[in-house]
Design a binder for this molecule. Structure first.
Ligand SMILES: [Cu+2]
Length: 160
């Protein structure tokens, strides 16, 4: 090996080392992420009360341990009677104006969007919602598959 080649090899190693240290940097950043798992079942969320910190990247993992499909919606708690829940959820979703929200479905892949208002999880499956909560307050989380909300499938999301 000539001196010149050795220098080139050393240069390449320096580049590899740079990537490695950058990788460690990312890992350290990811550790600050808040991760919460919510189990969906007939007919509840466990836990039903979830608190997140604003401006910190969050991952909410939804695990459907039930026998039927469940939904996960978070929206501004309605003040009166709601005649159309999907309409209310769409217009008042917590994920509105929150930038990109990524939903990862177990074994199926991920979708990202800015108009997410519900996540449907099939029985026995998991999905993960990734977003950075920017809006503080108390919001309602619910499953509006026919009859589920009325049976008690709701909860509270607090963002501080
Ligand atoms: Cu449900």
């Amino acid at each position: 090996m000539t001196g010149r080649t050795m220098l080139r090899v050393a240069g390449r190693w320096a580049l590899v080392m740079l990537f490695v240290s950058l990788g460690f940097g990312w890992t350290a950043g990811a550790a600050k992420e808040q991760k919460i798992t919510i189990v969906l079942n007939e007919f509840n969320f466990n836990p039903a009360n979830v608190t997140l910190r604003a401006s910190v990247p969050a991952e909410i993992k939804l695990v459907n341990k039930g026998k039927v499909e469940h939904e996960f919606q978070v929206y501004v708690t309605p003040k009166g009677k709601v005649s159309d829940w999907d309409e209310h959820a769409m217009a008042n979703t917590y994920f509105r104006d929150m930038g990109e929200v990524e939903t990862e479905f177990e074994g199926t892949g991920a979708v990202a969007g800015t108009r997410v208002f519900e996540v449907k999880v099939q029985p026995g499956k998991e999905a993960a919602l990734k977003f950075t909560p920017t809006r503080k307050g108390t919001f309602e989380m619910a499953c509006h598959v026919a009859g589920h909300y009325e049976a008690g499938m709701k909860g509270v999301l607090v963002v501080k």
